[in-house]
Design a protein around this ligand. Sequence first.
Ligand SMILES: Nc1ncnc2c1ncn2[C@@H]1O[C@H](COP(=O)(O)OP(=O)(O)OP(=O)(O)O)[C@@H](O)[C@H]1O
Ligand SMILES: [Mg+2]
Length: 530
Amino acid sequence: MLFKTRSAAVYGIDANIIDVEVDFSGVKTNEEQFATVGLPDAAVRESRDRVRSAIKNSGFDLPPTRITINLAPADLKKEGSGFDLPIAIGILGAYGGLSIRDVSDFVLVGELGLDGSLRAVQGMLPIAIAARTAGIRNLVIPEANAREAAVVDGVNVYPVRSLLEVRELLNSADPGPIIANPLVVDSRTLLGETLDLGPDFSDVRGQHVAKRALEVAAAGGHNILMIGPPGSGKTMLAKRLPSILAPLRFEEALETTKIHSVAGVLNTEEGLVTHRPFRSPHHTISDAGLIGGGMVPRPGEVSLANNGVLFLDELPEFPRNVLEVLRQPLEDGIVTISRAAMSLTFPARFMLAAAMNPCPCGYFNDKSRDCMCTPPMIQRYVSKVSGPLLDRIDIHIEVPAVQYKELRGGSAAEGSAEIRTRVLAARERQHARFLEAGARTKGSSRATSRAVYANAQMTTQQIRIHCELASDAERLLERAMQQQGLSARAHDRILKVARTIADLENADSIAVKHIAEAIQYRTLDRSYWA
Ligand SMILES: Nc1ncnc2c1ncn2[C@@H]1O[C@H](COP(=O)(O)OP(=O)(O)OP(=O)(O)O)[C@@H](O)[C@H]1O
Ligand SMILES: [Mg+2]
């Protein structure tokens, strides 16, 4: 007897619906024999042992016959333990243990424990999206995955704890309506909550230039590099970035959640990534850890930081080959990982924040202490950060040591809430502009291109449209380009930063002072990397 169930498999950050067919041959054997076909990987093959125990320990008998399990389509690679549940239900159905005969309107996913309990699997959000896309209305999944799946509207999510519960649920679906209440989460209300944003900028004394630069970076999503002596507050400043970032838009949150979901780092309580991620990997990280990798590629830190911040502290301490792999994601906002088995692309659109000392001893250019390093030592040190990487960083700033007077000064520094209000207003301006421009060019533009939410994400074409310069600003930029030998990339990035500075001022057009400030953020590298 043949019984069909449906499940799903994750590829990269997307999922495909997989049909799971179970057939009994009817030929009596000494004990039950499993045959799995349809390109199953090792984990799927292991699943038969779990399924066998789970079924028996749930109180069912398995007939001693040959059981054939087919996962279709056969040409898609399947991995993971989520097929346990559809296989077990398929066996029960084929054996006559279910009153319902047609479960094609259900997607079943979950790993079985030997006692028949259900365990969470990775990538449930993409699976829920795949079910909705395929028009399958019901999703039966482990309780621990439920909130994550319930973020998707249009699918009924049934959280279950054991194989027996699933059987009961399916049997109750036929002939009458389903009794259990599906879980529904209004995920949009989770966004924008500002309860705990971490440490506050009011703790940082002085450093007005650095704070201003971080505000600009946060407002437009620009990359930023801080250079300064030990103890000047670089790490302290960077750690306060999350407190001034604009809330995620729902589409951004969904994209980031998909990545966290397939990487298995999602908080099961929340289900949705509600705040911009802030990732700060240690400099001992491998290139695979940073960019993603593994036999079946998994997302790395650059993807986990998608729509948020990737903070690299002590930048020159990172091995050069690790830093060089940042080039593709910094330019394209995606990363492609090729393995023998498959090649996958993950989103990796993040804002890079980096901090470093100017030299090995740390005091080059410091006003109060002498630097002990020789010029070749300094050169060797800074050249660990290559020209191409530096060129991709929009804002370079010096963070000098704070003076005693400032450190002990009476007036309190501005808090994160005020800065955040300005950042938010600037983001809203950007969003409105891109929406309006998108509506105008509808039809002509490719529908597949990725939505743009911040100035740093503008394409060359968008820069031309949104960053027009008056003639005096044009002349200033031209002079700076010639005098400093800036690249075409630097030119584009200066325009984007200038656009953000204008947005922070609520100005429609980019004026000379906006361009001047943006250029100033590109001058520092000359004095260290010259
Ligand atoms: N501007 C400041 N206002 C108040 N406290 C400060 C400031 N700068 C530094 N501090 C104090 O000094 C400590 C060290 O600062 P931080 O770790 O940010 O330095 P750093 O620039 O990252 O140094 P390093 O180059 O050695 O990593 C902070 O935890 C804080 O207590
Ligand atoms: Mg530090």
